[in-house]
Design a protein around this ligand. Structure first.
Ligand SMILES: [Zn+2]
Length: 297
């Protein structure tokens, strides 16, 4: 079955050539902490493939289309720069690639509006992966609020990086309170939100769960799942919110099974989904149908 991978990242050649050095010159220390890290085993947490390798990984996993997400960069300049790179990727491979734009609300309302207009012109389908908390902004930042409202008007989906309050620590982890994202979803009911990483299981939580399940403009992606949750998460989330609110995403080029894989792959997570006890209809929705509907693909 053809698959849509709704959560991946890609960087220009100058990043891939020397990620840590690039980050140091661009003032992107938080990204470097997360992405250029080496595990205790001595292996890097992720690869730095180019577009050709991305397309090969897609072919190997029967992924017909990938959604390239921006990063929650520390500087507006890096956001704009990544968006230009993604626009070029779109121009070259519109048949295989969908893109979301990076944004830094700290750039100010006018600059953010301009960046969104450019993204829309270039054919981007959303904003994100956004993490205001990682960018040192309050979740009720007015420029962020304006961007989220505009996204709803323009039909752009918004992907939020959501982390679990009680999950194990990892270098660079930043608390991203689920209540903040729920408040934003309520404040912008016309905007479609995708909460990354299963929305940190907020939909299953005893306290906030019922409220999150009732937010019908909120969807969930499966990015990095095996690094965070056991495989029973697929069944639990499908039962809680329905497969029509779950989109498959890998977090490529992160290595998802570091105990047995040395290179990023999209195929292994699709395999985990297939073996997770979902029925054929649920699997088809999660691997393709929900993303098509939500992103208008
Ligand atoms: Zn991601």
């Amino acid at each position: 079955m053809p698959i849509i991978d709704a959560h991946a990242h890609l960087y220009p050649p100058e990043v891939n050539a020397s990620p840590a050095a690039w980050a140091a010159t661009r003032g992107e220390a938080h990204w470097a902490t997360l992405c250029t890290r080496v595990r205790k085993s001595g292996r890097p947490v992720q690869g730095f493939p180019g577009v050709a390798e991305l397309l090969r990984a897609m072919d190997a996993a029967d992924v017909e289309r990938v959604v390239l997400l921006g990063w929650y960069w520390e500087t507006p300049a890096t956001c704009a720069w990544q968006n230009r790179f993604y626009a070029e990727c779109l121009r070259m491979h519109a048949d295989r690639i969908t893109a979301f734009a990076a944004l830094h609300p700290g750039a100010g309302a006018a600059a953010v509006r301009e960046e969104i207009a450019r993204a829309l012109d270039a054919g981007f389908r959303g904003l994100g992966e956004l993490s205001p908390h990682s960018q040192g902004l309050a979740a009720d930042d007015p420029v962020l609020g304006e961007a989220l409202e505009l996204a709803g008007e323009l039909g752009l989906a918004v992907n939020f990086h959501v982390t679990e309050p009680d999950s194990k620590d990892y270098p660079g982890k930043i608390a991203t309170p689920q209540e903040d994202f729920a408040r934003l979803a309520r404040a912008h009911p016309r905007t479609t939100f995708i909460w990354a990483h299963w929305g940190a299981r907020a939909a299953l939580a005893p306290g906030i769960g019922a409220e999150v399940r009732a937010l019908d403009n909120v969807f969930f992606d499966t990015a990095a799942s095996p690094l965070i949750y056991p495989p029973k998460i697929w069944r639990e989330m499908a039962d809680a919110v329905g497969a029509g609110r779950i989109v498959f995403g890998t977090d490529f080029p992160l290595v998802l099974y570091p105990a047995r894989e040395t290179a990023p792959s999209m195929r292994s997570l699709a395999g985990e989904a297939g073996a997770s006890g979902l029925n054929a209809g649920e699997l088809a929705a999660i691997l393709r149908g929900t993303a098509r509907r939500v992103l208008g693909i």
